[in-house]
Design a protein around this ligand. Structure first.
Ligand SMILES: *[C@@H]1O[C@H](CO)[C@@H](O)[C@H](O)[C@H]1NC(C)=O
Ligand SMILES: *[C@@H]1O[C@H](CO)[C@@H](O)[C@H](O)[C@H]1NC(C)=O
Ligand SMILES: *[C@@H]1O[C@H](CO)[C@@H](O)[C@H](O)[C@H]1NC(C)=O
Ligand SMILES: *[C@@H]1O[C@H](CO)[C@@H](O)[C@H](O)[C@H]1NC(C)=O
Ligand SMILES: *[C@@H]1O[C@H](CO)[C@@H](O)[C@H](O)[C@H]1NC(C)=O
Ligand SMILES: *[C@@H]1O[C@H](CO)[C@@H](O)[C@H](O)[C@H]1NC(C)=O
Length: 618
């Protein structure tokens, strides 16, 4: 105990050690360093033995000291000998350390290692005459930092910045010893390079000894960095190793100027025609997307009104055809970046038909009609008359005009490549000429029962429309029941009662001439409708009855003569049979007559119907 009390005592001990060491020796080994996590307990062994085994010292004194970092002053923390083990009062280790003797020597056990325990621990063994020795161990304390926290710059970073810009910062908190921070771009370490990559590190130590490291990455951003991911990695020492922990990876917003602009037609799809709503869209490769200004090439000083990156033209006309441009609205960026496109607005003008409206032709004449519609595209022309196609191409040749040539000709002009475009025009052809009777000029002969009413039809083509007059000889009872003058045809039907043979003629005439059609009707006399049989039928029956009676009389006479010779036989059965036959014959004749009448009617109807067919054919 007295040894510890003052410098003179220490000095004395020192001298003694020197003296004794001449012939006796203590061999002492200690680890150079002992590594331990903060909070754990550490064991610092101090192994020793006395070289002179015969001379085991009776007294061995063990002392432990600590040496403050950067200070050569030592503080004793423990003293022990055979009789006592004393942990010094009022040191950092009072109550925290224990010294345990074992067969190897002795060891110091420290509980709840703290960061400030990172220092040298000295073990001094003094066996007086047996010798003395001292050794030291550096206690290394480790505290892993918290996981690194990365934070990217929120605002966009322009690639046009001339010096590296701050991109992200990373912090590793509360570690010991000082952790390192390394930056990665897409898993490739970023090595600080002058003018391209700077890493600024800020190290701060808390009073507790923990060290926080904050690292800021300054980086010269390139366009490709918009897709890159940045991360930081903290590396720190742990007992016996180096560990690393990586942060999340972040992306950054890179601003880069527009180097290319594209202008295209967004709608409508395909060819553009007059009246359409056209949308032209402009897009550049810059970030953030710039605003655009739209112009026409021929009026570069006039800015067109756009909605964002879309230029809307509605409705377009052929005047809107031309070259359109769009350019980014970056005033500072004077580069000649622009998008350009040609807009073609297609059109089809109304069809112009020559001759127009109505055109007169004389029978037999030729005429060529044309139909033209101005268009920006190839057109196709088709001519129609009464819904039927009569020609193709923009000219229509009408040759050797007749009344069938007359009518409305419609030309339809279409644009095969743009079906929405079509137009049409028409010409009305009037064929002038003398009347032409349907069915020709031949005389129409008919037979008709007296008292019947017959319709005589007369239809005449011609222009100006023929007027039809009738002359009827042989009947007073007639009237015109139909009279329809059209542009090219006049149809007249005369209803006449057959009283006797009739001859009628229809006279169709206009300024250009006259044509006459004659009808002759033969009247067939007949009995009044009240008689059950016609006279012809009656006389036929009488003749048959007379012949039969004569036959009967002859047979009766011969039978009577025969019976008279042989005996009596009644007669009657065969007579009845004859009467039946007679009736049958009579019926046949009636049928035949009726058939005849029918045939006559059929002829008449046919004539009338034939005439009626005329107008349909036109
Ligand atoms: C103790 O002595 C032996 C020889 O007897 C030697 O091998 C050993 O290394 C020594 N131990 C220490 C801790 O010095
Ligand atoms: C340490 O302090 C305790 C009481 O606090 C006392 O009993 C003891 O003697 C002291 N020891 C030394 C070596 O001063
Ligand atoms: C930290 O960086 C220094 C200097 O490059 C290096 O000596 C040290 O070993 C690094 N520490 C870790 C834990 O990587
Ligand atoms: C980062 O990338 C994600 C998806 O990969 C995206 O949603 C996000 O907007 C990006 N952030 C920045 C700042 O570029
Ligand atoms: C004659 O024509 C008129 C008018 O079309 C019609 O009413 C009449 O029935 C016709 N007569 C005959 C016998 O066809
Ligand atoms: C038919 O009528 C026209 C005009 O009414 C007349 O000039 C001409 O003589 C007539 N022809 C005949 C054959 O009746």
């Amino acid at each position: 105990m007295a040894l510890l009390r003052g410098t003179p005592v220490t000095l004395f001990l020192h001298l003694c050690l020197l003296d004794w060491s001449a012939w006796a020796k203590v061999e002492l080994t200690m680890h150079e360093a002992v590594e331990v996590y903060a909070g754990d307990s550490a064991q610092i062994p101090c192994q020793y033995n006395f070289t002179d085994a015969d001379n085991e010292p009776s007294f061995v004194m063990i002392q432990w000291f600590v040496k403050a970092a950067g200070n050569s002053a030592r503080t004793r923390i423990f003293y022990g000998d055979r009789s006592q083990h004393i942990v010094d009062n009022n040191t950092d280790y009072s109550g925290r350390v224990e010294v345990i003797a074992d067969d190897q020597g002795t060891r110091l056990a420290i509980q709840h290692v703290q960061l400030r325990d990172e220092r040298e621990f000295l073990c001094q063994v003094n066996g007086l005459a047996a010798g003395n020795a001292e050794g030291k161990t550096h206690l290394k304390v480790f505290a892993p930092p918290e996981a690194p926290v990365i934070e990217g710059v929120v605002s966009g970073i322009s690639i046009t910045n001339e010096v590296p810009s701050q991109v992200a910062s990373c912090e590793a908190r509360s570690g010991f010893p000082k952790p390192n921070i390394t930056w990665y771009r897409d898993s490739v370490p970023l090595v600080p390079t002058l003018g391209y990559t700077n890493v600024l590190t800020l190290v701060s130590q808390q009073s507790s000894g923990f060290i926080s490291v904050q690292s800021t990455l300054e980086y010269k951003v390139i366009k490709e960095d918009k897709d890159a991911r940045f991360s930081c990695e903290v590396s720190f020492f742990v007992p016996g190793a180096i560990r690393t922990v990586e942060s999340n990876s972040i992306n950054i917003t890179v601003h880069y100027p527009t180097t290319m602009v594209e202008l295209w037609k967004q709608s409508p799809q395909g060819l553009v025609k007059e009246g359409d709503t056209v949308e032209l869209r402009c897009q550049g490769d810059g970030n953030p997307p710039p605003s655009f200004v739209f112009n026409r090439e021929q009026e570069l000083d006039v800015d067109l009104e756009n909605q964002g990156d879309v230029l809307k033209l509605s409705p377009v006309s052929r005047k809107d055809s031309g070259i359109y441009q769009c350019r980014p609205l970056n005033r500072d960026d004077s580069s000649e970046v622009k998008g350009e496109m040609q807009l073609t607005v297609h059109y089809l003008d109304p069809a112009v038909v020559v001759p127009k409206d109505s055109e007169f032709m004389l029978k037999g004449e030729d005429l060529t009609a044309t139909c033209n519609a101005l268009s920006s595209l190839q057109t196709a022309t088709v001519w129609y008359k009464n819904g039927k196609q009569v020609g193709k191409g923009n000219t229509l040749h009408l040759k050797d005009a007749n009344y069938e040539t007359a009518g409305e000709y419609i030309c339809e002009v279409t644009v095969p490549s743009l079906p929405a475009l079509h137009t049409s025009g028409s010409v009305h052809i009037i064929v002038q000429g003398s009347p032409q009777l349907v069915g020709g000029e031949q005389e129409v002969r008919l037979e008709e029962a007296t008292g019947r009413i017959v319709n005589l039809s007369c239809e005449a083509h011609g222009h100006p429309p023929p007027s039809i007059s009738w002359i009827v000889i042989g009947s007073q009872i007639w009237n015109e029941v139909v009279s329809k003058p059209n542009e090219h045809v006049t149809h007249s039907v005369l209803s006449v009662k057959v009283t006797a043979d009739i001859s009628a003629s229809c006279n169709a005439s206009n300024d250009m001439g006259t044509e006459v059609k004659a009808f002759s009707i033969k009247a067939i006399p007949r009995f009044t409708s009240a008689a059950p049989f016609s006279p012809a039928e009656g006389s036929g029956v009488i003749i048959v009855v007379i012949i039969l009676c004569l036959l009967l009389l002859a047979i009766l006479g011969s039978v009577l003569y025969f019976l008279h010779k042989k005996g009596k036989i009644p007669c009657g059965r065969s007579g009845k049979q004859e009467i039946t036959k007679e009736k049958t014959t009579k019926d046949d004749i009636v049928v035949e007559m009726k058939t005849n009448t029918k045939n006559e009617e059929a002829v008449l109807l046919k004539a009338v119907n034939g005439d009626k067919k005329g107008p349909d054919e036109q």
